[in-house]
Design a protein around this ligand. Structure first.
Ligand code: F6P
Length: 320
């Protein structure tokens, strides 16, 4: 193998740059050429590629986002587009690909693997909704971003005796909301995985304030409802005025935590080594602190990742 490519696809996350750096430095040390594909699969379709050197990846380890840029590319669902990509890679002399992305991007990686592209995938998404890995890249940084915001919010909430509804990202997965609720000492966590009853939440809220508690934080995962609507419903039910904070894309950015930098380095180096060893169609993941490799076809059949039972137990004990 003389030339490989790397790309970041779908929603960006912190730690992508650390991973790119690890792959480039490791590959170049073995005398291999590395090409960076711009803007995810769109760059594969349109041949947006640039050679990467040790110099070009210097000074990026501490930066959030991705130096290669990222994009969503719905056309990758089409076989014609996939075949076009295979041709582009062949013409560019690329013998192996390392892809960083979320579940949609991993489906694209599997499609390319089936068409004969040698490819290794790295789970990168703040949602932590990818099966066969305890953590995806970027989750830890997102959790720290949320913690920072909620800690600050509690100061102003206490000063005004207020309740806040805080909306996290995560698509259909409540991981960010429930873990943040535990870490920040929030009073409620509304997640799509577990049913909740707004009437009992309102009663508990009222009771808290009657007891003299001066703030309440209600974490809501975007998959469980809109913070604005929940705040309005609370006001309708008990006349209690709440404020809303939608954390949005802020969660995805910022300097990666040490955990994400290290995870990116571990994932990147392992993906490269597996590719060179002749493996393809695999995802590298984290399992009980070690690295684990899963066939992408298993991932396609895995269904939605469940939130860890230990996390749910902690939430039951410590939140509400
Ligand atoms: O998958 C990552 C994610 O940030 C989700 O949590 C969120 O629902 C979505 O991407 C937002 O997508 P976009 O950046 O395209 O608005």
């Amino acid at each position: 193998m003389k030339k490989i490519a790397i790309l970041t696809s779908g929603g960006d996350c912190s730690g992508m740059n650390a991973t790119i750096r690890a792959v480039v430095r490791t590959a170049i040390a073995t005398g291999m050429e590395v090409v960076g594909i711009q803007k995810g699969f769109a760059g594969m379709v349109n041949n947006w590629m640039q050679p990467l050197t040790v110099r070009s990846v210097s000074g990026i380890v501490q930066r959030g986002g991705t130096m290669l840029k990222s994009a969503r590319c719905p056309e990758m669902h089409e076989l014609d587009t996939q075949k076009k990509v295979v041709e582009t890679l062949k013409r560019a002399g690329i013998e192996g690909v390392i892809l960083l992305g979320g579940d949609g991007s991993l489906r694209g990686a599997y499609a390319l693997h089936q068409l004969g592209v040698r490819i290794m995938a790295i789970p990168a998404s703040i949602d932590n909704d990818i099966a066969y890995t305890d953590m995806s890249l970027g989750v830890d940084t997102a959790l720290n971003n949320i913690r920072y915001a909620v800690d600050a919010l509690k100061d102003t909430a206490s000063s005004h005796d207020r309740a806040f509804v805080v909306e996290t990202m995560g698509r259909n997965c409540g991981y960010l909301a429930v873990v943040s609720a535990i870490a920040c000492g929030a009073e409620f966590a509304l997640i799509p995985e577990t049913p909740f009853d707004l009437d009992s939440i309102c009663i508990a809220l009222r009771k808290r304030f009657n007891e003299g508690r001066d703030n309440s934080i209600i974490m809501v995962a975007e998959g469980a409802g809109k913070a604005e609507k929940i705040a309005a419903d609370i006001k309708d039910r008990i006349g209690f005025e709440t404020r809303v904070m939608v954390l949005g894309h802020y969660q995805r950015g910022g300097s990666p935590t040490t955990f994400d930098r290290l995870l990116g380095a571990r994932f990147g180096v392992a993906a490269f080594e597996r590719l060179v060893a002749g493996n393809s169609g695999e995802m590298v993941g984290l399992s009980c602190g070690g690295l684990a490799f899963t066939q992408l076809h298993e991932l396609q059949n895995a269904g939605r990742k469940q939130i860890d039972a230990v996390v749910l137990k902690l939430a039951r004990l410590l939140v509400n």
